[in-house]
Write a protein that binds this ligand. Sequence first.
Ligand SMILES: [Zn+2]
Length: 335
Amino acid sequence: MINQLLQLESEAREAFTRATSEAQLEQVRVTFLGRNGRLRELQQRLKEVPPEDRPAVGKEFNRIKQALEKLLKERQEALAAPREVVRRLDVTMPGRAPRIGKQHPLSSTMEELIEIFLGLGFTVAEGPEVETYYYGFEALNYPPDHPAMDEQMTFYIGDDILLRSQTSTVQIRVMEKTRPPVRIIVPGRCYRRDTVDATHCHTFHQLEGLLVDEGITFADLKGTLQCFGKELFGEECRTRFRPDFFPFTEPSAEFAFSCFFCQGAGCRVCSNSGWLEIGGCGMVDPNVLENVGYDSEKYTGWAFGFGVERIAMLRHGIDDIRLFYSGDMRFLEQF
Ligand SMILES: [Zn+2]
């Protein structure tokens, strides 16, 4: 009798395990554990067992019955689980769209600017944001007492190491390594000890241009910036130059574009002047050329630079520079 019970247990275990659907499992259940199933059949034959053996056989019977019922339950749960998931999946629900990132307005402005100058034949040069005093000021012809070198104006990391306050440092690095013609633009991040307000920030971006070759004149500079202005603000854009001073250019000028908003008539954007001041420019000082080993009698060149934030603010009508760095999604989502 015990052997029959064990035989039944092993057959039932195999059948339960093999069932691959709830319907199959139910059939197996009926066969083994049903009201007229095989276990019941054996139960009815328990009375045939001699009385002295009954306790042992009865105990074994109960063990097997409980084990098989437990196995059945486990198999039922295992086979039911996938359907549970299917039932929860409602294909008529609207999809969960992931948030798609966008380009930061500064990055997209920078890219547009680079694109314009690539079209004019410039190539992009980059350099370190942490610079030495030599590249930051000395090689750029700054006199030793120039206020830009003051601790109040520049972030110093050590006596000789500082965060670049302009991208002009890269001009020197490129000229040291290459011979004319040099035709580069330098986009990049710069740092100054400015008090943060609506138009100033300690961290900002510049785009600088440098052209050095034989026979380069101020007329080439004017033509290039005029072309840039038209690409940026439209065909009607006019360019204005006014004298200015920078240690590394001579003569130097500040350049402005006619206000694209009012076409020069005067409006809130241009503070009623009709002009938008953009940046600085000038002929590269012969001292700078000599510093990098260029023959300043043979080669001439010009450079210009401007703030990328200012262009982005003008183009998008943004009135506070701090918005660029705030990480405020309400602001960033508008672009
Ligand atoms: Zn205007």
